[in-house]
Design a protein around this ligand. Structure first.
Ligand code: FAD
Length: 587
């Protein structure tokens, strides 16, 4: 087959905040940069981020990066790598001011500085009083950031492959990653994008769960590509369930709603968070609030006819605050529930929100794999950043407002390292045809038509298996059943067909490839969760209810070959300050 080949210095897969921040840094340094995105760039999930981005600017209350660092480590249930966390928290004010200069229209305080709101898990003085650290553009912060970054990239002449689907990485026998095989979704035409460096910025894998807050496009493609290229995935058992998804629908009500003073009530009208987190109540860390809601419902104190949700009450905030600070939330509940939060509380339930795990990287964004005797070795030419990556700054539980920060800080850091790498590796290496052929074969497999199961029902089943067998509370027995169900599903996926090739825009083929990626991420999550016999952060085992630092203060690494689970130590040594040793986590 005659395939178009395009060559670049740097290829970025994904046009969310992580991809675009990296691309801008590279284009501004005159590198030849291509960004591939399966959706139009400004439709990437970053656009949906509501609440804001954390930085210790101290515009509203006193603050310091060191307190931010402590909160992040505590929030991570001590599984986060402290060097990366220090790096991120120190860089935060700088990246936020950069955004301001790129044109992000942040909300303002009366004195003209950036508005900051309180979010869960934030404190002053290492756990004393509530802090206000989240910089916000009303409740549409992600929208403002993504659009500004996209416009800046257009100005910097970044090359965009819009609505192209990346299938698999190209790797030579020396282990160098040299780009990707992709196809244009509109025409189905394959293309080889060759590059000296490749950055995976494909976002999270929230779609492995039936109820989630994520965009339909968050199918973990980059994570699955890495797995297939022999890179293990780190800490996949840690999936964040956001406490306030709209019940039954999954759409997100930002934590900012509680940050502005909203609170949760149960079926008896009680503010139950007072019992679970006496000090900070509704602004406890997300894993804590999600579990509290699940327990209230399980013990019969849910709301509604079926007692199957909690209520988020904003009424006391008043119309003025709701219209000014949370206009997007009001619009959403009006549109999807016909409910006005000024007059009625919102039905909520924990919903899958964020992948803490992902492709293992160091704080330069280099993808690193453990090798015997040395703790980690970079895969030459391969980088990852954003939700697809695991640096790990979020450990076992991410704090609200820290993900937008993560994508900006590490998108930028990865780009800086790529520039160094390009200086040392100025030439393209020979293209390994066998690797290209393997990706093309995977693509061609979804040309099959005729009798057989269709893709969509299989996808629905997969998501249901994850929800039923790997949800907020987990046990070995239930997860073992889950593994067996996933394995049977895999055999059926391998036999599945595309019913209708005439479908416009090749959406059927995209969905089939996504299903394979979802399965890879799902099995990684299930096996990693089964392996970890303790409860830490978002991972709650009914059969191992305590955190066990002696056995489990380590990151998991799952490889597709033989379903192998390996572990690597947590980096507990920060860069310049003293380490924060594990403590009991109370809020
Ligand atoms: C509803 C919601 C609200 C949130 N609110 C906040 C908040 O207030 N504060 C905060 O800090 N965090 C928030 N988060 C989390 C945060 O927004 C995300 O973690 C972050 O934006 C992810 O950015 P990203 O660049 O890694 O990926 P994304 O923005 O998800 O972008 C992924 C990109 O990869 C591309 N892609 C994927 N697969 C392929 C493929 N196979 N081929 C080609 N392209 C591909 C997509 O087209 C897309 O461009 C929120 C998340 C959600 C879902």
């Amino acid at each position: 087959m005659n395939i178009t080949v395009r060559k670049f210095d740097a290829l970025i897969i994904g046009a969310g905040g992580a991809g675009l921040r990296a691309a801008l840094q590279l284009s501004n340094a005159d590198a030849r940069v291509a960004v591939v995105s399966k959706v139009f760039p400004t439709r990437s999930h970053t656009v949906a981020a509501q609440g804001g981005v954390n930085a210790a600017l101290a515009n509203v209350l006193p603050d310091s990066w060191h307190w931010h660092m402590f909160d992040t480590i505590k929030g991570s249930d001590y599984l986060g790598d402290q060097d990366a966390i220090e790096y991120m928290c120190r860089a935060a004010p700088k990246v936020v001011y950069e955004l301001e200069h790129f044109g992000v229209p942040f909300s303002r305080l009366d004195n003209g500085t950036i508005y900051q709101r309180a979010f869960g898990g934030q404190s002053q003085n290492f756990g004393q009083d509530q802090a206000a650290r989240t910089c916000a553009a009303a409740d549409r912060t992600g929208h403002a950031i993504l659009h500004s970054l996209y416009q800046q990239n257009l100005r910097a002449r970044t090359h965009f492959f819009d609505e192209y689907f990346a299938v698999d990485l190209i790797k030579d026998d020396q282990g160098y990653v040299l780009g990707v095989v992709a196809f244009e979704i509109l025409t189905g035409k394959p293309i080889v994008i060759e590059a000296k460096t490749t950055l995976i910025a494909t976002g999270g894998a929230g779609q492995i769960f039936r109820t989630n807050t994520n965009a339909l496009s968050n199918t973990g493609d980059g994570m699955a590509m890495a797995l297939r290229a022999g890179v293990p995935l780190e800490d996949m058992e840690f999936v964040q369930f956001h406490p306030t998804g709209i019940a039954g629908r999954g759409m997100l009500i930002t934590e900012g709603a509680r940050g502005e003073g909203g609170f949760l009530i149960n079926g008896e009208g009680e503010r139950f968070m007072e019992r679970y987190a006496p000090k900070v109540k509704d602004l406890a860390s997300r894993d804590v609030v999600s579990r509290a809601i699940a327990v209230e419902i399980r013990e019969g104190r849910g709301c509604g006819r079926n007692k199957d949700h909690a209520l988020l009450d904003l009424r006391h905030l008043g119309a003025d605050t709701i219209m000014k600070k949370l206009p997007g939330i009001r619009e959403m509940t009006l549109t999807f529930l016909g409910l006005d939060p000024i007059e009625q509380p919102i039905p909520v339930f924990p919903t899958c929100h964020y992948s803490m795990g992902g492709i293992p990287t160091n704080r330069d964004g280099q993808v690193v794999v453990p090798v015997k005797d040395t703790p980690e070795d970079p895969v030459p030419g391969l980088y990852a950043a954003g939700e697809a990556a695991c640096v790990s700054v979020h450990g076992a539980n991410r704090l609200g407002g820290n993900s937008l920060l993560d994508i900006l800080v590490f998108g930028r850091a990865a780009a800086n390292h790529i520039l160094e790498y390009l200086g040392e590796n100025p030439h393209h290496r020979a293209l390994p045809q066998d690797s290209v052929d393997r990706a093309l074969e995977r693509l061609a497999r979804w040309d099959r038509e005729g009798e057989g199961e269709a893709v969509e029902p299989l996808r629905r089943e997969l998501r249901k298996v994850m929800e039923d067998h790997c949800g907020v509370f987990r046990t070995a027995e239930v997860m073992r059943e889950g593994v067996a169900k996933l394995q049977t599903l895999r055999e059926r996926i391998d036999q599945a067909v595309i019913r209708d090739h005439t479908q416009t825009f090749n959406t059927a083929r995209v969905e089939a490839l996504e299903l394979e990626n979802l399965w890879d991420c799902a099995i990684a999550t299930m096996h990693s969760a089964l392996g970890r016999e303790e409860s830490r952060g978002a991972h709650s085992r009914v059969d191992f209810t305590e955190r066990d630092d002696e056995r489990w203060l380590k990151h998991s690494l799952y490889s597709l070959q033989d379903d192998a689970l390996d572990y690597k130590p947590v980096r507990t040594q920060p860069l310049t300050v003293e380490s924060f040793p594990p403590k009991k986590r109370v809020y």
